[in-house]
Design a protein. Sequence first.
Length: 366
Amino acid sequence: MGRFWISCRIALFLLMLMLGASACEQDGTGERVVQQKISPTPSTEVKKAGEAEEKIKIGFSMDTLLEERWLKDRDLFKKEVEALGAEIEIMAASGDDALQISQAETLIDEGVDLLVVVPHNAEAIAAIVHKAHKAGIKVIAYDRLIKNADVDLYVSFDNEKVGELQAKAMTRLVPEGNYVYIGGADTDNNAHLLKKGVFNVLQPFIDSGKITVAYDQWTKDWSPASAEENMMDALEANGGRIDAVIAANDATAAGVIKALEAKGLAGEIPVAGQDAELAGVRSIVEGTQTMTVYKPIKLLTKESAELVVRLAKGGSVETEQKINNGKVEVPAVLLPPVAVDKANIEDTIIADGFHSKKDVYGSEER
Ligand code: BGC
């Protein structure tokens, strides 16, 4: 609390006495604006200035906003947090570890009540958890786990299940043959969980000799361009004899499809993705992508906002699951993902308003 706040509170107290209602606001740079409405208080119950209720402030440190899904996360999470009467300050680091750490430090120094983090690098961000805890601030890992740190809570989808849904759909379609696995970013714990899920399903097929994994590679920073290069390598190394591709998300699947297009194979080789991004869903409609996994972001943001605000107010959260992050068993809330292909686009993502029918099919008529 700076001197400004102390004088602001005194002013607030005096105003409350005079008017029974007040507002307190600082602008300066325009970045730290706090408004506080105080309802009229009967004179017998006038609170001391220090007792006036302050708004909870949440800091949200994001890896990036350069992908469709994270814009949804940002907008919906902000809405949900604000609907619960709290404030939120959001910073995004465009995939830069050093920048994400310094942004999170800024949020801690500003005195947020709780820090929510989508880490770019699951390991590098651990230092921030220690720093936040020293300042008495709890840290929630949002969508991606933070490794090797005393994280207070992890809220995400069941990422292992996402991989299982992809591999189940693909093995149903292609029970034998040469598979390519285009993974996510090695630095993102989700990429490891997704891969684990995929191989949980593929392993019996591999053991029986029905499926061969002809190529298996991570994708640096989830970049579609790297995924495209990797898919080119996979095709060249196997003389084009690939029967199915599982890509860790729709963006990497788009890179895969570009490589297939260059070889005249788009639509010939089944491709799985994840996220139900608009471009991915359109590729499913066109037939160049086979399936995606839909994760209702609205549900994730609603659930997270409720838990986060409860924790920020000093409340506690009990979870049924825990996930080991290399240091502790982190209490975890893992929401269920949904497999989507041509047959259930309308019943899932369109019914939920995730994308409109017009955006998916180009018109309301079908
Ligand atoms: C998320 C995916 C996303 C990917 C790339 C993962 O951690 O779970 O939904 O596509 O990061 O941003």
